[in-house]
Design a binder for this molecule. Structure first.
Ligand code: VGL
Ligand code: ZN
Length: 237
């Protein structure tokens, strides 16, 4: 297994503290923060790098400080996962293929269980109270949403956990805006029916394949997901 330095991923120095979170923002009981896939493979230098991915870390940390309920999702693929282009003869990363559950974008091998690429970014605060939900570990089903896998039916258990502890509003940050953040937020609103779902946009960055950011904007709007900047959370709520 590669160490972090062998993998070429920049270690922890240099993540500036955020100043962008509205100082008046105070979550109420029933609010939860979901921190999506802030893992080394989605950071510049990682296998599926997201431009500016590391910049979300201080904003996610500042947000986490305010919430009693914090859940991390962790993309957690087995080697040879069918969302990897390398598992399909003649396919390249970012091509598309047909899976039994629908169209699937094919990715570089990433977030393989137990590798440094699957670890959370070294600067991400890990509160004692955090719960981690792993997804995408079934070889033949990808999982963008932290609630349901891409077949739209296999639950991860997150909905039950949040509802059992009385969560009603869900705030979403992390990576990537146009994939896992988008589908997590839409499922939270539409399939799980949480009262309010808010994506904290400056605490996200996008993969940015052709049309994916626009599709995410549209899809979330249509689902009734709110989008806020961390600096204006109070005003938005
Ligand atoms: C993600 C593509 C593949 C994400 C995960 O976290 O947005 N994107 N696996
Ligand atoms: Zn993945």
């Amino acid at each position: 297994m590669l160490t972090l330095s062998e993998s070429g991923i920049e270690p922890r120095e240099g993540a500036a503290p955020s100043t962008s979170l509205d100082p008046g923002f105070k979550p109420v009981p029933g609010d939860a923060l979901l921190v999506i896939d802030v893992q080394n493979d989605f950071i510049p230098g990682g296998a599926l790098e997201v431009a500016g991915g590391h910049e979300v870390v201080p904003v996610c940390n500042a947000l986490m400080d305010r919430f009693d309920v914090v859940v991390f999702s962790q993309d957690w693929h087995c080697p040879g996962h069918l969302s990897f282009a390398s598992s399909h003869e003649g396919k390249s990363p970012y091509d598309s293929t047909r899976m039994p559950y629908g169209d699937q974008t094919l990715w570089p091998d990433h977030c393989i269980q137990g590798t440094s690429g699957s670890s959370f970014h070294a600067d991400l605060s890990i509160p004692d109270r955090v719960r981690v939900v792993r997804k995408g570990f079934r070889k033949d089903i990808d999982s963008y949403s932290a609630f349901f896998e891409n077949d739209q039916t296999t639950p991860t258990g997150l909905e039950g956990y949040l509802k059992d502890i009385g969560v009603r509003r869900v705030f979403v940050c992390g990576l990537a805006y146009d994939f896992c953040v988008r589908f997590t937020a839409v499922d939270a609103k539409v399939k799980c029916g949480f009262d309010e779902v808010v994506v904290v946009k400056d605490a996200t960055r996008s993969v940015g394949l052709p049309g994916t950011v626009e599709a995410a904007d549209e899809g979330m709007k249509e689902a009734g997901v709110k989008v806020a900047d961390s600096g204006s959370l109070v005003a938005a709520l």
